[in-house]
Design a binder for this molecule. Sequence first.
Ligand SMILES: *Cc1c(COP(=O)(O)O)cnc(C)c1O
Length: 469
Amino acid sequence: MTRYISTRGPGEPKDFAQILTAGMAPDGGLYIPESLPVIDRVKIERMTGQSFAEIAFMVLEQFVSKDSIPPNVLRALITHTYEESGVFGHSCVVPLSQIGPSTWLMELYHGPTLAFKDVALQLLGHLFDYVLEQRGERMTLIGATSGDTGSAAIEACRNCAHVDIVILHPHGRVSEVQRRQMTTVDSPNVHNLAVKGTFDDCQALVKAMFADAPFRYAMRLGAVNSINWARIIAQSVYYFSSAAALGGPDRPVSFAVPTGNFGNVYAGWVAAQMGLPVEQLIIGSNRNDILTRFFETGEMRVSQVQPTISPSMDIQISSNFERFLCEIMNRDFKSLAKLMSAFKANGAFRVSPEVHKRARATFSAHRCSEEDTIGMMRACYEETGRLIDPHTAVGLHAALKAANRPDLPLVSLACAHPAKFPDAVEKATGIRPELPERVAGIMTKDEHFTPVDADLDSVKEFIRNHVSV
Ligand SMILES: *Cc1c(COP(=O)(O)O)cnc(C)c1O
């Protein structure tokens, strides 16, 4: 049964339920399975024609021990999330649509906040609640957001009985749609703080609260971010479901993925390691191109974050990359820990030529300028009549740059609904996309948030007074 160890040194292996609520490992590393389970060919063949929930169960049961969550409960939670809850606006959950002879879009934006993060986080909310109920515990999830993650996490936790969620966003600095997606949720366990400062101020406040051990313990703080292994594996599911729909396992499939934290595309790599025939994983980065530079040169080097029209990828440090690095360094935990501390100290590291070669075996990476992002949105609209969001455009741009075999399917991940980024879409196409009807209500609903100064004591006092641990 799969157990989990840290990327910085194995330590005592942990169970799924433990790493679900722990987030990061105590040594600063990320949790990975002791070994990745393999799903055999016959089982992948059986995925064809199955529901998304069924495929999700076939993948997730490999990672969740009976002691963490019994299989019948896991199945019920998955079925509830993807079939019964009604939060996904499409019965296939993640449908494919064809935009060229061998090119498909994987529509990941049918969840409540119109971006791919819903697919994993909706399930995580239910997993958290179940595990905490069993332990008779509560948790307070805190996170800073510049837009997408906060709303997806709030939507995932709004009905959780054992979780309070506190999201800090920079006051007046997120788009109206993004703000309303967070603030129109009216649940006693959801707390929006509008911090009078920048996103960096919000992040610094969250970090400071985690660093305060007595406060962290008293409030049972947990993190909302993309380093949770459960998020990764819940994302691997749609690589399986798409490949199964397009002729896998007999025909290998390539995937193009717009990338920031290396979470989504890493989930594709995990699927490939588990036996899914994947031809290529194609990374698209915007002008914050640290990953593309790494794949070109073998050196990871931080530079200044530059704002773009695909803001969910305006990131310099791709946290999940450490998991991948751990594997291509053949789990040499000591050397990895050294690299990571050098990275923290100097903002740069370089891998050996062999490790670099292994990295390039499945991945290729392409950067996309702001002009090319606009150009891609326009070309997609002119050629196919479809509006795509700027993140999707960065991925599709990479897909078209990568040399893919024309006889093999190429799936480009559509990570957000175009109506989430209406200004960029309108600039590219002249058309302002409308919010889907099922979410349009947020534009008139009452908002719930508390403005606070960017001051640690005020934020801590708010949390003490409002969460019920
Ligand atoms: C979060 C996000 C990304 C980046 O995903 P990673 O897993 O961090 O690589 C890309 N596009 C959209 C729309 C997002 O919300």
